[in-house]
Design a protein around this ligand. Structure first.
Ligand SMILES: C[S@@+](CC[C@H](N)C(=O)[O-])C[C@H]1O[C@@H](n2cnc3c(N)ncnc32)[C@H](O)[C@@H]1O
Length: 270
């Protein structure tokens, strides 16, 4: 069999890095259940702007479900069926009135055609970092433009690239953590290998999961994230028809600084 070209190998790695991390939706919620600041920020924003709200990359509904509880009409879009299945279970437990305000769609936010517009489009918690190429970014921003009502806002957050973290030794596994698997109850150990390709600006994360008692084989779950440098992101938004109205460095309204962990951008069509 002929060996795979670099392009094919890369495409396979990116495809795996976009789905593997989202296969175990219960573990996703276990890992990020204590991440509350971003949810507080987006809820306050939605209160201020009003709905209906379009959430791109809604996942298991970490934000979408609180927005429904707050009384908003929300349309959620995501590619990962396991994440959407968990979201649908959560929505089924809400009041009939809240359930009636939810529309969930399995779709690619790079090619969205809902045929309606929203005063608020959000893309929270690094979902935008799954846009690996310029074409991905252009297609996604075209989708956003097609769904923004006149004067509407597009608000999203991505990590501020941390070169110290990205340049960790890619031969090692870092950040060893112990946890109990939310599905099986088994005691597990997780650790992460970080391989950053500075030419592609893509971080290839390998999360190794093994049982604490050493039984069974370790499993590796891949996650790929495109890094966006601050001025690059502003330029991409500008040349795709957006003006950055506000840029924060955290979810508490802190100014964006060189060592901010987040880039939280409030954008409008220009
Ligand atoms: C880090 S999760 C964020 C989920 C949710 N917004 C939250 O805050 O917990 C990123 C989500 O984006 C979704 N996603 C990635 N690429 C996508 C695409 N092209 N179209 C739609 N969803 C996508 C993934 O399936 C995943 O659920």
């Amino acid at each position: 069999m002929p060996s795979r070209s670099f392009t094919e190998t890369l495409a396979a790695a990116l495809a795996a890095g976009t789905v593997e991390h989202y296969r175990d939706a219960a573990l996703y919620d276990h890992d990020y259940g204590r991440r509350r600041e971003d949810v507080r920020y987006y809820r306050a924003l939605a209160r201020q702007v009003g709905g209906p709200i379009l959430e791109l990359g809604c996942g298991t509904g970490r934000l979408l479900v609180p927005l429904l509880r707050d009384g908003h009409e929300v349309v959620g879009v995501d590619l990962a069926e396991p994440m959407l299945a968990r979201l649908r279970e959560r929505i089924a437990r809400l009041s009939p009135e809240a359930r009636g305000r939810a529309t969930i769609k399995r779709a690619d936010f790079r090619a969205l055609l809902l045929g309606r517009r929203f005063p608020l489009v959000v893309c929270p918690f690094n979902a935008f970092m799954h846009l690996y190429t310029r074409s991905d970014v252009e297609r996604c921003l075209a989708s956003v433009r097609a769904h923004l009502a006149p004067g509407g806002r597009f608000v999203f957050d991505v990590m501020n690239p941390d070169l110290r973290w990205l340049s960790r030794d890619p031969r090692r596994y870092w950040d060893r953590t112990r946890y109990r698997d939310p599905t099986t109850g088994r005691k597990m150990i997780g650790s992460t290998r970080i391989a950053y390709d500075a030419a592609l600006q893509i971080c290839f994360l390998h999360n190794r999961i093994e049982a604490e008692d050493g039984r069974g084989r370790a499993k590796v779950v891949r996650l790929t994230q495109r890094c966006f440098f601050p001025l690059e992101l502003e330029a991409l938004l500008h040349y795709n028809g957006f003006a950055v109205e506000k840029r924060y460095g955290d979810f508490g309204g802190g100014a964006f600084e060189p060592d901010s962990e987040e880039q939280l951008l409030v954008c409008r069509s220009r």
